[in-house]
Write a protein that binds this ligand. Structure first.
Ligand code: ATP
Ligand code: MG
Length: 344
């Protein structure tokens, strides 16, 4: 039977990139899953601390992310929803895998470079960048591999920015299986149909929770007024008319892309959608985009508010049940791993 696993960091409220690139897909997989399929969705708080976090903010964000997962439509009766740090087996497998993880391979991963605002071609083994690079951020993909492998996930739904890390997880699993006993499952990637959603302020960068500028992203918890304000200030261009061309017009194309992803029934492709809107002014386009977003996330925002401002015990119970089930799943694998390497 299938085991579906994915995770999101509690580094802020989810934005439209997370929603269109990941969360909406998680819910769809849940709702279409066969009864025997296991679904695990984790709040990756151990990954969140690879960048410095204020403890009281992190505490708040962990709770908010759990509430967001319910608000987008995950059902705690069907999906196992839990905080990564509540399951020690994730960290333990990370350590075991890291003992055989090649520094060279890891230094070719691009994510830590963007998180450190270093150019793609920077070498972490250079003393200049090595001084700033933290071990945890460097081994981020190893922890991610551990997250997936500890539950013997068969399928991992992610956005396009994560394909490299998934490839790495398969590499790690087959390495372990070769060296020891073949007990780890090689996970397949389920790539979200939605493309990368880009930042509103720097449309050549992806929209990201950890971008210091809050105007760079729309949150699934934003009010209609906030959505309008952020879209209005989105960086576009002064070219006449609306066209879709991510290379020459990244800002406008990102707005079209978001509108298209929100509701694919509006047009057959972003190009055709842009064509339908070609005579609009930039101002009118932005209003339309903001209204489309509002239409599609209003329910999510309202559910979110009712959870966060409602009875705190509801979230606590969800958390407890998720941890119990996730622990069962993880401990079963860890036992086999420990046997395989002689730590039993
Ligand atoms: P952070 O900046 O803290 O890394 P993030 O916005 O990148 O946050 P993650 O928690 O790292 O979010 O990723 C959660 C999921 O959202 C992943 O599956 C990732 O592929 C997807 N995702 C993140 N950003 C985007 C984006 N801009 N467009 C589409 N999918 C995205
Ligand atoms: Mg990320």
């Amino acid at each position: 039977p299938q085991v579906i696993f994915s995770a999101i960091q509690p580094t802020g409220a989810p934005h439209l990139g997370n929603y269109l690139g990941a969360l909406r897909q998680w819910v769809k997989l849940q709702n279409e899953a066969l009864p025997e399929t296991t679904l695990l969705y984790s709040v990756a708080d151990l990954h969140a601390i690879t960048l410095r976090q204020d403890p009281s903010i992190l505490r708040e964000w962990r709770k908010q992310m759990l509430a967001s997962l319910i608000a987008v439509g995950l059902d705690p009766k069907r999906s196992i929803i839990f905080h990564q740090s509540a399951i020690p087996a994730h960290s333990e497998l990370h350590w075991i895998l890291s003992c055989n993880a090649s520094m060279g391979y890891l230094s070719r991963m691009t994510q830590w470079k963007s998180k450190m605002a270093l150019p793609e071609n920077a070498n972490p083994l250079d003393t200049s960048s090595k001084a700033k690079l933290k071990l945890g951020l460097f081994s981020y993909p190893v922890l991610q591999a551990a997250d997936i492998l500890i539950h013997r996930a068969t399928h991992v739904p992610v956005g396009a920015d994560q394909t490299q890390h998934l490839e790495y997880a398969r590499e790690v699993a087959s390495g372990f299986n070769h060296l020891h006993t073949p007990i780890l499952t090689l996970p397949s990637t389920i790539l979200s149909p939605a493309k990368r959603i880009m930042s509103l302020t720097q449309p050549l960068k992806k929209m990201s929770k950890s971008d210091p500028d809050p105007k760079s992203r729309i949150l699934i918890t934003d009010t209609h007024a906030t959505i309008k304000r952020k879209i209005k200030s989105a960086l576009t261009d002064s070219i006449e008319g609306i066209t879709y061309d991510p290379v020459t017009r990244p800002g406008v194309s990102n707005l079209i892309e978001m509108m298209y992803c929100m509701d694919e029934s509006v047009a057959e492709s972003p190009v055709l959608l842009a064509n339908e809107l070609k005579d609009l002014s930039m101002r009118a386009l932005k209003e339309k985009v903001a209204d489309t977003i509002e239409l599609h996330i209003r329910d999510v925002r309202e559910r979110y508010e009712s959870i966060v401002f409602g009875d705190a015990k509801v979230l606590m119970d969800i958390n407890e049940e998720g941890v119990r089930k996730a622990k069962q799943s993880a401990d079963a694998t860890l036992k086999l791993v420990r046997e395989a390497i002689g730590l039993d």
